[in-house]
Design a protein. Structure first.
Lengths: 218, 112
């Protein structure tokens, strides 16, 4: 025995997807039980049930479509559960805390390394140039090559640098400090102003590489 | 019981039907239990809307199981009363008992 098709279709349309099968299944099951006694009575009963259920099914659909509609009830339920199960509460809070901390750390690193612009005025125009030949890939320049490259007009300015460290003496105990050797136009290329500048830089420009101690930014 | 945690009248009826049916509490049986025991007509849609509220309040939990050929293979959703639901039912019964204690309703003495 098959239930009446039209009320069944109407109820299926009204009910939310999450409840559609169970609601219609219940009606079908009771319909078959009633149809064993009286087919006409079962059909009439099915029609009445389906039509009377449509308003509730539509309300149910609206409730399910608005998950934040009862957020107050959700918060109360969460607080009640946490109060009654302190172990679960501690584990949940610890998990959320770790998750938030790790996420914040990863986002901070990605933002600093990949997203945030470099702190130079010319950050969009500054490039690092490497030299490659048959033996080396991505190596630094010799001074002679740098001088040759400086005459190429493709670059508006060119500067060289080399990392290292130097020992500071004459101010109490000797101290090993990080230092970077740069050519005179280094700060011009970056578009930044150094905290201190030695006056003899420009005069020594043609004599070869210039060495400048970098101060800690304290 | 906090504000908003109370059981509505029909919610109580449905939750009590779930508790009475125990392992056999699914939509059709709950609706039948309400009709036969409470003498109230209820549509299957209204029963499910109420059950959904009870689940969202934490008073009942639901489990879907596959259905047989008697229901076209459609799933059955079984319900059970949670500890919070039992507490809410007992609170509602105690509230009613306190309000009824020692009360005798007076007949209307006004003449028509």
């Amino acid at each position: 025995m098959t239930p009446p098709r039209l009320p069944r279709v109407l109820l299926r349309l009204a009910a939310p997807a999450h409840d559609r099968a169970v609601i219609v299944g219940d009606l079908d099951e009771e319909f078959r039980a009633r149809a064993a006694r009286s087919t006409a009575g079962a059909r009439g009963w099915y029609w009445r049930q389906a039509l009377a259920s449509i308003p509730s099914a539509l309300r149910l659909r609206a409730d399910r479509a608005a998950p934040l509609g009862d957020i107050g009830g959700d918060v109360r339920l969460a607080l009640r559960t946490l109060r009654r199960q302190p172990g679960f509460a501690a584990a949940a809070i610890l998990t959320m805390g770790l998750g938030a901390g790790i996420t914040t750390g990863v986002v901070s690193i990605v933002e600093t390394v990949l997203v945030r612009p470099l702190p130079y005025a010319n950050d969009a125009r500054v490039y690092v140039v490497y030299e490659s030949d048959g033996f080396r890939r991505g190596g630094g320049f010799s001074w002679a090559d740098f001088v040759d490259l400086s005459s190429v007009r493709s670059f508006s300015a060119l500067a060289a640098f080399n990392g290292g460290s130097r020992t500071l003496t004459g101010f109490g105990a000797a101290e090993r400090l990080p230092a970077t050797y740069v050519t005179p136009r280094f700060f011009t290329v970056l578009g930044v102003t150094p905290a201190a500048r030695r006056r003899s830089w420009t005069r020594r420009r043609s004599a070869g590489p210039c060495v400048r101690r970098r101060r800690d930014p304290r | 019981m906090g504000r908003g945690d109370y059981l509505g009248e029909f919610e109580q009826v449905v939750l009590l039907a779930v508790a009475r049916l125990d392992d056999d509490a699914y939509g059709m049986r709950i609706r039948e239990e309400i009709e036969t025991r409470a003498g109230r007509r209820a549509s299957i849609g209204a029963v499910y809307a109420t059950l959904e509220r009870l689940v969202s309040k934490g008073y009942a939990r639901e489990t879907d199981l596959p259905g047989g050929s008697e229901r076209s293979g459609l799933a059955r959703r079984f319900y059970a009363v949670t500890p919070a639901g039992r507490t809410a039912l007992e609170d509602a019964r105690e509230l009613q008992a306190r309000m009824w204690a020692g009360l005798k309703l007076k007949t209307d003495r006004r003449k028509p």
